[in-house]
Write a protein that binds this ligand. Structure first.
Ligand code: WTA
Length: 697
């Protein structure tokens, strides 16, 4: 039986402590006027300011890689003067077969990093550790949804990767080919990725929850020659029929020649002779060393698709030397990685966090990673806490959407487990609302663990803005400051930096090593989407447009307000919907909220909120009717009359992407009363859409 946790053990004691610090008048300033008022079209109004401060503890700092603010400042200043030199220094921590000649070739907007250098990522993640005492260290500690466990040491992982590289080659897959990976969260998915990296094949991981249609589109766009999949994968106790989906996708994929099927669940699947091969049969090859291919630094490592708002998904292309330099460095510094850590990133391998911070960053650092196969709330809502306590996880990285899900389930679940092994928590994927931050800090981190709120994107390859946990004082809801070597800023439409607390556009002003190189097969779209708003002029270089709204406070801390698409214009004020959502979620009954705009003749936009209440809250229509008013007043109290909600709809669930982001675009269409158009292939659960439409009637 797991031991009881000490500090916030009493469910009653905790909310008091948290409530004392709630962002109300005492510690939250509501800005009466912003620079936006003078020119509403150029700025985004930010109305809420969170003022709680969490300095690093002496204990944490004393053991950290960067242990003082002065040290971090000095590093940041030095790196800002010469970012290329800074990244060259970080690249030297890796093993290169041949050193680079030119660190950065920049022909706006196309970057090449460490040109002339030869490197192999699988070598850096495996062979070089196997040559040291880490040979017998756990690389992957895996737990199946059903409870089965496996541990692969670095030596064992290298052997599997070498064998699978040989398998790929024997099927004619070679350097430069694209290989689709459509799997669940099993060690074999990592083996497949590393084997591709070893032989120079470019992987295109397609999330195992995507439909056959989404898979087909991604295979065809990337011209993949092979698919690696499983018969099925376990999810919430049932089986996801991956191989059946592959069969359906492959009816119209002219480039695919081979399918390799890992037997995970033992279900009946159709195997097409000549095309389909069992993983276990092919792996019975004699163990032969498979030398890592020395690859150009700019060799394509992977393509990963992210959904565009209306057009087809974008194939984000990442290459080798620059990418691994940034992810290896940021993993070490942001998670303050230590040799004895057991590092658990809850993301799926099918999105970029899985690529950079389950696989490449941690393994490049010789870390032990914990990998979990299944749903976070299966068979019970405490599954994650149970695993953290049983395996003694030390670093835990997840997304605000998951945290809000955990909050919704209730604090009795984390409280019943001893999670004292944890020393650091991370967040990624969305702005984390202060309420969720405090819950995470109190209930999961026992007020002891720093939280690194990491801002980055599929496009940036690695973390860009984040605390350095031994040095940065945290502010709940802020991802704090750009990492050394990253020149990010918040600017107005004309490219001029915004003043303190003035909302604007998040940009990056200097190329960075992990940046996307292009949109696969569509360089024009790459230029248009990311580089056309701030093209180079005589007085300034071109800036990368991240597509997020943000502000910097008086201390230079960044507060991301969500995607620019999610900005609404109410009575001449552009509001980040994330702030309104944050205010809603700070009400004790609300688990999750999404706010979108509906055109309104009078106000420009009317605000529509989709709200999920916590479990146990009354769902009687009469209560809900009253509760609408309560929430309306609550938001007005927190933010002001400008954020008065015109409509509140209660729903059991919100439509989300597979990576947990609320698909506000769909909600916007529903709020407009239109049918949903555009790309819905990334939607996690189609039935939610139906439900929301019905609720409307
Ligand atoms: C959002 C995920 C606020 C942001 C790694 C960004 C965040 C988009 C944060 C990229 C954060 C990610 N705070 N917002 N810490 N992290 N975002 O490509 O809008 O799935 O542009 O990459 O997520 O999402 P993506």
């Amino acid at each position: 039986m797991p031991a009881k946790k000490k500090a916030p053990a009493s469910p009653k004691a905790k909310p008091k402590a948290v409530a004392a610090k709630k962002p109300t008048a005492a510690n939250t300033k509501v800005k009466k006027s912003t620079a936006a008022a003078s020119n509403p079209a150029d700025s985004i109004s930010s109305l809420m300011q969170e003022n709680r401060l969490f300095p690093p503890s002496k204990d944490f700092s004393s053991k950290a890689h960067i242990s003082t603010l002065a040290q971090l400042k000095a590093l940041r200043e030095k790196a800002a003067k010469n970012p290329v030199k800074f990244w060259e220094e970080q690249a030297k921590a890796l093993t290169w077969f041949k050193p680079w000649k030119t660190a950065l070739k920049w022909k706006h907007p196309f970057a090449e990093w460490f040109v002339g250098g030869k490197i192999n990522i699988s070598y850096n993640c495996l062979d070089r550790h196997v040559a040291t005492w880490r040979r017998n260290k756990a690389a992957i500690v895996w737990e199946a949804e059903g409870g089965e466990q496996r541990t692969l040491t670095y030596q064992a992982l290298l052997s599997e990767v070498c064998k699978f590289s040989t398998v790929l080659k024997s099927l004619g897959v070679s350097k430069g080919d694209v290989v689709a990976i459509y799997m669940g969260m099993v060690p074999e998915a990592i083996i497949a990725m590393l084997a591709c990296a070893r032989i120079g094949a470019t992987h295109n991981v397609v999330f195992g929850g995507f439909s056959a249609e989404a898979l087909r589109e991604r295979i065809n766009d990337s011209k993949a020659v092979a698919v690696i999949t499983q018969d099925g994968s376990y999810r919430r106790g049932s089986i996801v029929p991956l191989k059946d989906n592959v069969d359906a996708a492959l009816t119209e994929t002219p480039t695919i020649q081979n399918v390799i099927v890992y037997k995970r669940v033992g279900s009946d699947v159709n195997m097409m002779i000549g095309r389909d091969h069992w993983w276990h049969e092919r792996m019975m090859v004699p163990m032969a060393p498979c030398a890592p291919e020395p690859l150009d630094s700019e060799h394509p490592l992977f393509i990963l698709y992210t959904s565009g708002s209306t057009a087809k998904p974008k194939g984000i292309l990442h290459t080798t030397g620059g990418y691994i330099t940034q992810v290896a460095y940021t993993t070490k510094m942001v998670f303050d990685l230590r040799e004895e850590d057991l590092y658990f990133c809850m993301a799926d391998i099918g999105w970029v966090t899985g690529h950079s911070y389950i696989v490449y960053g941690p393994l490049a650092n010789g870390a032990s990673i914990f990998l979990y196969e299944g749903a976070p709330n299966y068979p019970a809502p405490d599954r994650i806490w149970d695993m953290i306590s049983r395996h003694k996880v030390t670093v835990f990285y997840t997304a605000p959407t998951a945290i809000r899900g955990f909050m919704r389930a209730g604090e009795q679940y984390p409280i019943s487990h001893n999670m004292s092994s944890l020393r650091l928590l991370g967040s990624v994927g969305e702005p984390i609302n202060p309420e969720a931050w405090i819950w995470y800090h109190t209930l999961i981190g026992n007020k002891r663990c720093p939280i690194v709120d990491t801002w980055w994107q599929t496009e940036t390859g690695g973390i860009m803005i984040s605390p350095i946990p031994g040095a940065t004082t945290l502010k709940p809801g802020s991802c704090t400051m750009p990492l050394p070597g990253i020149l990010a800023d918040v600017v107005r439409k004309d490219g001029v930096s915004c003043g303190p607390n003035e909302g604007g556009l998040l940009v990056v002003k200097h190329p960075w090593p992990g940046m996307l190189r292009t949109i696969y097969g569509d360089p024009q779209r790459y230029k248009d989407v990311y580089w056309s708003d701030f093209a180079p002029t005589r007085t300034r270089p071109g800036y990368y447009l991240a597509g997020d709204g943000a502000r910097k406070d008086k201390d230079g801390y960044f507060w991301v307000m969500g995607r620019i698409d999610d900005v609404v214009n109410v009575s001449g004020h552009r509001l980040g919907t994330a702030e309104v959502e944050s205010a809603l979620v700070s009400h004790k009954t609300v688990a999750e909220a999404a706010v979108v705009a509906r055109p309104d003749d009078l106000k420009g936009s009317a605000l529509v909120a989709f709200v999920t209440l916590k479990s146990g809250v009354d769902s009687e229509p009469s209560f809900l009717e009253q509760h609408r008013e309560v929430l309306r007043s609550h938001v007005i109290k927190e933010i002001g009359h400008i954020a008065k909600l015109d409509e509140i709809r209660f729903t059991d669930a919100l439509p989300k992407t597979r990576s947990g982001k609320i698909m506000r675009r769909l909600l916007r269409e529903i709020a407009h009363g239109n049918v949903v158009t555009g790309d819905t292939t990334t939607l996690e659960d189609f039935s939610i859409l139906e439900k929301l439409r019905q609720d409307e009637e």
